[in-house]
Write a protein that binds this ligand. Structure first.
Ligand SMILES: [Zn+2]
Ligand SMILES: [Zn+2]
Length: 278
């Protein structure tokens, strides 16, 4: 079984002592593709370095909205130099966090707009972080035609109405371990509503460990709990849920990046190209 963790931070210092062990544990559990998400310039470079170490690891470039006070529009633009690396496949995480840092909303908006411009320039999809900021996030994407780049709402925390809006614009929805929590009935409803073809799963490790690991440091191998719950809600097998979410990840992140696709993906492209030519 091939499982994909669409969003984690395995390059964080929480794993500095046992990164290789965690990776081996992840591979042994079937998680062989993952996206290491950057939260500031230095951190994006760390993610990129770690992504070089194993096949199936990718990274993103971005500045987290919680850090909006520390950076400018130009700092986001400067991340473009990292994008020449083959493993860099997305822009973000970006968006709004009005839960932890409500005071910097104006600056968060400037940075979000900068990420949208960067994503367009580079032809890469967006990783959206939306915490307590559904209205602001949607408004900003509407205003700047940010939807055009494609992307994912990571750690989706909205209701079915928001999910519908996100899906209407062709964005994917990524489900975290929260879906296993007792009080997460709204998220479970979103999973039931959302077509399997538009779902991704993620750990957001080191945060948000699923039950029964809640409160402990998260790691990619725990994504099986999340996947199991998604499979149950979609009434498919674990294998089918793993296969679909992996395919969706490839479709979103690896098809959009020329030359960065997995072998199967470039085969598909070649076949498509031939079809057009003939
Ligand atoms: Zn986030
Ligand atoms: Zn994150």
């Amino acid at each position: 079984m091939h499982i994909t963790d669409s969003h984690n931070h395995l390059h964080f210092r929480e794993y500095k002592d046992d990164f290789n062990e965690v990776m081996n544990k992840s591979f042994a559990s079937g998680v062989d593709t993952m996206l290491l998400v950057g939260i500031d310039p230095e951190d994006s470079l760390d993610a990129q370095h770690k992504a070089q170490l194993f096949d199936g690891l990718y990274s993103s470039i971005g500045i987290h909205p919680q850090k909006a006070d520390l950076y400018t529009y130009d700092d986001v633009q400067a991340l473009a130099v990292l994008a020449s690396n083959q493993k860099v496949i997305a822009v973000g995480e970006t968006g709004f966090d009005l839960f932890r840092t409500p005071g910097s909303i104006a600056r968060q908006e400037v940075l979000f707009l900068a990420h949208m411009d960067l994503a367009k320039d580079l032809g890469l999809p967006l990783i959206i972080h939306d915490r307590d900021a559904h209205i602001e996030t949607i408004a900003c994407l509407d205003e700047k035609s940010g939807w055009d780049s494609g992307g994912v709402f990571h750690c989706f925390s909205g209701d079915v109405a928001l999910a519908r809006k996100v899906l209407d614009h062709g964005f994917f929805i990524s489900i975290p371990g929260v879906v296993t929590y007792k009080n997460a009935s709204r998220l479970r409803e979103v999973v039931r509503f959302c077509p399997l073809e538009m779902l991704l799963v993620e750990t957001d490790a080191p945060y948000l460990s699923p039950v029964p690991y809640r409160g402990k440091r998260n790691d990619p191998s725990y994504i099986r709990q999340t996947l199991q719950e998604v499979a149950r809600l979609k009434m498919v097998s674990l294998e089918e849920a793993a296969r679909s979410t992996t395919y969706n990840f490839q479709k979103l992140f690896l098809k959009k990046a020329p030359g960065k696709g997995l072998p199967e993906q470039s085969d598909v492209k070649e076949r498509d190209a031939k079809k057009i030519g003939s």
